[in-house]
Write a protein of this length. Structure first.
Length: 149
């Protein structure tokens, strides 16, 4: 995962990450890359907004301590929304669109003391449902407004 672009404008810092997936359904832990963007932004307090500009991939926060959880979630998505279920969409990836609608294409995480304010077991996952591919994950970090004393 490499940053493909970075920018800073006023209170906002942006970065676009290129995420390479290796399976059709894959939850890929990207927490480290997001933490690096927060560090690079030098934001002490604010909000990190994550956005996936694709209709067959998303982003989700869930347990990251045990990799088996992500694998279990991948399997559950494939059971809940099977690949071949008589869909009418001609491209053959309707299941991917449905899974993305369930997961969502954005997340917001508070930044406190220069760090993502994730819970003890939480990690950020790029959710691929039509891979393998190279995808974009957009990161926008917005600093809290300074409060006059």
């Amino acid at each position: 995962m490499m940053p493909s672009s970075t920018g800073r404008a006023g209170r906002a810092f942006t970065r676009t990450l290129t995420i390479r997936t290796s399976r059709r359904t894959e939850l890929k832990d990207v927490t480290g890359e997001i933490e690096a963007a927060v560090r690079d932004s030098e934001c002490a307090s604010g909000t990190c907004i994550l956005y996936v500009p694709h209709t067959t991939a998303g982003v989700v926060i869930n347990e990251g301590d045990d990799p088996a959880v992500a694998r279990d979630m991948e399997a559950a998505f494939d059971r809940l929304v099977p690949r071949d279920a008589g869909y009418t969409h001609a491209e053959g990836n309707s299941d991917s669109h449905i899974k993305t609608a369930l997961v969502g294409s954005s997340e917001s995480v508070w930044i406190e003391n220069g760090c993502l304010a994730l819970g003890r077991w939480q990690s950020i996952f790029f959710a691929e449902f039509d891979g393998p591919r190279a995808r974009e994950l957009r990161v926008k970090i917005i600093r809290d407004a300074a409060v006059p004393s």
